[in-house]
Design a protein around this ligand. Sequence first.
Ligand code: ZN
Length: 358
Amino acid sequence: MSFQQLVEHSRRYGSDPAFVLLGGGNTSFKEDRTLYVKASGHALGTIGEDGFVRMDLDLLEQIWHKQYSQDDEQREDEVLKDMMSCRLEGETARPSVEALLHALLPFPYVVHLHPALVNGVTCAQDGEASVHRLFGEALWVELVKPGFILANIVRERLIAHQAKTGKVYSLIFLQNHGIFVGGQSLEEIAQIYTEVLSTIEAQLVRKPDFTECEADADKVEKVSGVLQGLKNERILFRNTLEFKHLLTDRSSFAKAGSSFTPDHIVYAGFKPLWVDEGADVSKAFVQFEREHGSAPKIVCVQNLGVFSLGEKPLPLFFDTVAISVYSESFGGPRFMDEAMINFIRNWEVEKYRSQVSS
Ligand SMILES: [Zn+2]
């Protein structure tokens, strides 16, 4: 059965760090007007059949003919309620916020991922031009609010493209987010992914170098102790060649000093805390928390290394740095803008996701 095949492929993508970090991304399968789409809060790498929600595609279609509130929070609330009622009887899980996009793409299989290599393009200054140059038939979507607004824009572009060319986009690049690939089979999708990654890789002028570096053990222990005292979390420390370049001064740090995608905000905080060499870590931490209303999850100490509060933020910070380095081959990094970062920080759906997965 094809749904089982989807589950297998989802696990394969989900276990490969080149494709997925911390369970991000989602997949779907359509059969007889039923959409099987990943439920919120499940990690792709370990997903089973129970990690998917079955939804009625005809009911989902009706969402496009309804009027929703202009207010962000109210609109996403209303849409979520409607999406919940599109589930087949007996379904209790919450569909992924990206279920609407899965429903829109007229392919039996859709695989949506956030590979660092791909985001090296979607989070780059020349991202759009590069996508058009490298992948002629692909759709580029600029940074827009996720959820209903994003799905609505994709829907309009799909309709317009089909009216003009008679074709459907099977490849969609979302600025500061990731990639959607649709196909008639999972083999076809796997091939498209291989092509996309190798095409981008062939353009790279430089790759991140995460070779481990030594760090002053006394200083590391001292900072770890301070952070442990501030937040009762396991403190992890890493220093690599790439981090060393990054942590020489504030201006080099700017290349990794903000958020590239919603996932980075959810798991690693909206920005890392920078601490000048020799400065009071505790003071900087408390000031950050007071200023932004949330504690930092990544603390970068000049000429020392990177501290992670808990295990989850660290791989996301590595991802940020990888994306930043890849983006150098496409005009340099481009973070999400301030307004979008605030939108994500306040978005209830994302809050739910970070709760479920923690
Ligand atoms: Zn996504």
